[in-house]
Design a protein around this ligand. Structure first.
Ligand SMILES: NC(=O)C1=CN([C@@H]2O[C@H](COP(=O)(O)OP(=O)(O)OC[C@H]3O[C@@H](n4cnc5c(N)ncnc54)[C@H](O)[C@@H]3O)[C@@H](O)[C@H]2O)C=CC1
Ligand SMILES: O=C(CO)COP(=O)(O)O
Length: 348
């Protein structure tokens, strides 16, 4: 057993991922305050040590204490783990910045890009937090369904930050025999891979819903990776990151699992439900919908070809049918698989 120093850590957001990560930290002996904005849910966490809506039938360690008061949750906690949907990041960070007196390290675990501003989550956090309060921002990402992490099944993730020592400190807080944590200095690649895989997971759910098979799934994963990497590299990411946990790793886990909310939403779309109906019934965040909007704008801004993102955009926001979207993708003009090869052959 690895001996660790005990820290007070506030996990902000008591949904599936915040609760599962609070369990990892509690298993490592830390004093964990789990903040949520729904009093009845926090009451359930403190009284019954469960969070049935998000992680049914899981018993939480007793050293997770639920809080509805944000001030109490973050008091004395030098590390804050932000686990709310991308849409709520600015609002929550703003509230923290008003209350907070001392510098803090913010670890974010969300997977999205903000439409219109086209900011990654670490950039939004930096924009919303006065610099004297922000020691550093770290992202934790990778192939990790909360449902499996809460069962202490083997899981691997990556942490990244502009400051390597901070990433290593967060690696130490989370790592244990079930939850292996790597570091990667490429924060752009880590955030882009984590956010954009949700677009491909929606598309994979759609092809499954339409009744297509493993060939279509493999095509989406590999060609999806190609377009994510193409954009990521233009934005300054290392191409190597996309062959790692936060690239291909997260694509595999999200495109092939019934745990994925993005895959499940896509599956219902493929079966003929409309977007609003699907989102209303999901009860949890489906990040890929907003991220499709953002990635569509990013492709335009960076002049990058992203065919899967483009057709998914037309299904989600322009009433193109899922079946027509697949036909559009398959009927595209012929091209080389490897872009370097295209360059070698004279940029065809
Ligand atoms: N569930 C998973 O397995 C994983 C999720 N993630 C990412 O973590 C982030 C959070 O996802 P989940 O926990 O799964 O979502 P969730 O839908 O299970 O829970 C979200 C939580 O945030 C709360 N929330 C929403 N808006 C809020 C606001 N304005 N103020 C305060 N709290 C608010 C909700 O009440 C809920 O407790 C997402 O970006 C997701 O992509 C990343 C890896 C794994
Ligand atoms: O990011 C995830 C697993 O790595 C979870 O994906 P979903 O948000 O689609 O459930």
């Amino acid at each position: 057993m690895i001996m660790k120093s005990v820290e007070s850590i506030a996990v902000i957001g008591a949904g599936s991922w915040g609760t599962a990560l609070a369990m990892v930290l509690a298993d490592n002996g830390h004093d964990v305050r789990l903040w949520g904005h729904k009093p009845e849910q926090i009451d359930e966490i403190n009284t019954h040590h469960t969070n049935q809506k998000y992680l049914p039938d899981i018993t939480l360690p007793k050293n997770i204490i639920g809080h509805v008061s944000l001030g109490e949750a973050i008091e004395d906690a030098e590390v804050l783990v932000l686990a709310v949907p991308t849409k709520a990041i600015r609002e929550v960070v703003n509230k923290i910045a008003v209350i907070r007196k001392d510098p803090m390290t913010i670890v974010h675990v969300s997977k999205g890009i903000e439409p219109n501003s086209l900011m990654r989550i670490s950039e939004m956090i930096e924009e919303e937090t006065p610099s004297h309060l922000l020691k550093s921002v770290v992202v934790l990402s990778g192939p990790s369904h909360a449902e499996e992490v809460s069962l202490r099944q083997p899981t691997t993730v990556t942490v990244s930050s502009k400051e390597l020592e901070e990433a290593e400190r967060i690696q130490d807080l989370f790592i244990n025999q079930h939850f292996r944590v790597y570091t990667n200095p490429d924060i752009i690649g880590v955030e882009i891979g984590g956010a954009l895989k949700n677009i491909i997971a929606l598309a994979a759910g759609i092809t499954d819903g339409l009744g297509y098979g493993d060939n279509a799934k493999a095509a989406l994963i590999t060609r999806g990776l190609a377009e994510i990497a193409r954009l990521g590299v233009k934005m300054g990411a290392s191409p190597l990151t996309f062959s790692g946990l936060t690239g291909i790793g997260d694509l595999i886990v999200t495109c092939t699992s019934v745990h994925s909310r993005n895959w499940r939403a896509g599956n219902l779309l493929g079966k003929g439900q409309n977007l609003q109906e699907v989102l209303d019934n999901m009860g949890m965040v489906v990040e890929g919908v907003r991220t499709t909007k953002a990635a569509h704008q990013l492709a335009e801004k960076y002049q990058v070809t992203m065919p899967i993102t483009d057709v998914l955009y037309s299904v989600l926001f322009e009433n193109v049918s899922a079946k027509d979207a697949v036909e559009l993708l398959m009927a595209r003009g012929k091209t080389h698989e490897m872009e370097d090869l295209t360059n070698l052959l004279g940029g065809q």
